[in-house]
Structures are given as C-alpha cells and as structure tokens.
Write a protein that binds this ligand. Structure first.
Ligand code: ZN
Length: 233
C-alpha cells in the first residue's frame, strides 16, 4: 500500500492544492494526515473541506484542538493565537465538530500516526534530542511511527548505522510540513511510504507562497505569517 503522509497543513490552501495535485500525479492508495490542518494560515475552511471530501484519515494536532475547543490558546505563539481565534469564527459548527472528533492517535497498515510524540500524544512535546527520539520506539508497536509538529523533516531508525528506510528496521519519521516548512526550504513537504516495499521518500513541491501571503493580508491575519513562508522558517 502506498501511503501519502501529510502534516501541518496549517490552513495553507495554495500549498495543500499543490501537494494534492502532486499526489494525484504520482499515485497513492490512501492519504493520511498527522494533524494541524488549521492554525496560522488564511484558509482553514478550504483545507478542512479538502481533507474531509477525500476522507483523509487524520489525527488531532495542538492547533486543531485550540481552534476546535477555544481552550489552551495561550500555549500557542502570539500570531498562532490570533489565527486560532479567527479560524473559530470562520469554520462552520460542523467543521469544528469534525476537528474536535479527530483521534490523538491512529494506525493504518504498519504505520502509527500521531501529531507530536507517541509516548504522550496530548502533551504536544517537540522531539528534538536523539535520546528523546529513541525512547519513543517503546511507545508504538508498528514498524513505523509518523509525526509532524516540529515542521522539520527527519527519519530516525531504531539503531545507528541504518541510513535508509528498508525492511528489517523500525522508524520514526517526521514528514515535515505542507503549509509552513521550517527547514529553510519554502517548498511544501510530504512523504510517500510504501508499506510492502518498506520504502520512504520525502517529496518537496513548489507552490506560490506569495498567494498565501496575499490571502493572509486579505483576511487580516498577521503579515509575519506570510513573510516566514518565503524563508521556510
Ligand atoms: Zn504545526
């Protein structure tokens, strides 16, 4: 099964459209998303709609929870708080209910899906250090765990010396961010994982981030959310 793995769409419709077109071109059996569909960006309605229409299996992200519940907003950066409040106004009651019903954790084939970390999915911990990441392997029982949250792509194997994704090992994979990459590459990121071949590819897709910046201005969201897209930070 070929899985297309999305994370951190963050209401960036131009980026999501480019990624969905790329997936359609390359082919995938199923699209999944590890959270933060909304937050930050100018088009939460279109992004929730695009994933709902395609029956994308999604888990809950911290921004999804903040937007859906209106709670714990102060845990978000200032511009994220502003965007989350606007998203709550713009999204329909039905979309908000759909977001709040997303599970913290899901699995498909040999892959566990969680937004931040499998050991404590509701704590929204950022996995940065090597030991911290390695401790996570005890918290999932599938071959692969896919996460997002840091917006920085990474592949970590269950032991040192394994430099590619291949059969016989387990992996924690951060697929990067569709809508707000932070690895100094402004292109949208997503992953393709083949569960039978145990092969993984990180894909980068060009999209016009100036369109997203223009939409942010149009909808009155902080301009800094657009300028960071140009730099991929
Ligand atoms: Zn995020």
């Amino acid at each position: 099964m070929r899985l297309a793995l999305l994370a951190d769409v963050h209401a960036n419709r131009a980026a999501l459209d480019a990624v969905l077109a790329d997936i359609a071109r390359r082919g995938a059996d199923q699209i999944v998303c590890v959270g933060d569909i909304v937050g930050y960006g100018p088009d939460p309605e279109a992004c929730v709609g695009a994933l709902r229409d395609r029956d994308v299996l999604s888990v809950l992200g911290n921004h999804d929870l903040a937007v859906a519940s209106g709670r714990d907003l102060d845990a978000l950066p200032r511009d994220g708080q502003v965007a989350a409040l606007r998203h709550r106004e713009w999204l329909s009651a039905d979309d908000l209910a759909w977001l709040s019903a997303l599970p913290l954790r899901a699995a498909v084939a040999t892959v566990t899906l969680v937004h931040a970390s499998p050991d404590a999915p509701a704590a929204w911990n950022r996995l940065e250090g090597f030991h911290e990441v390695h401790a996570q392997f005890a918290a999932f029982d599938t071959d692969v765990c896919v996460v997002g949250h840091s917006h920085r792509p990474a592949v970590v194997a269950d032991r040192l010396g394994v430099t590619t994704v291949r059969p016989g090992h387990r992996y924690l994979i951060n697929v990067g961010s569709v809508g707000q990459p932070r690895d100094h590459d402004p292109r949208a990121a997503y992953g393709l994982f083949d569960t039978e071949a145990v092969a993984y590819e990180l894909i980068r897709v060009y999209y016009d981030h100036t369109r997203t910046a223009a939409r942010l201005r149009e909808r009155g969201l902080p301009a800094g959310l657009g300028t960071r897209l140009a730099r991929g930070v």
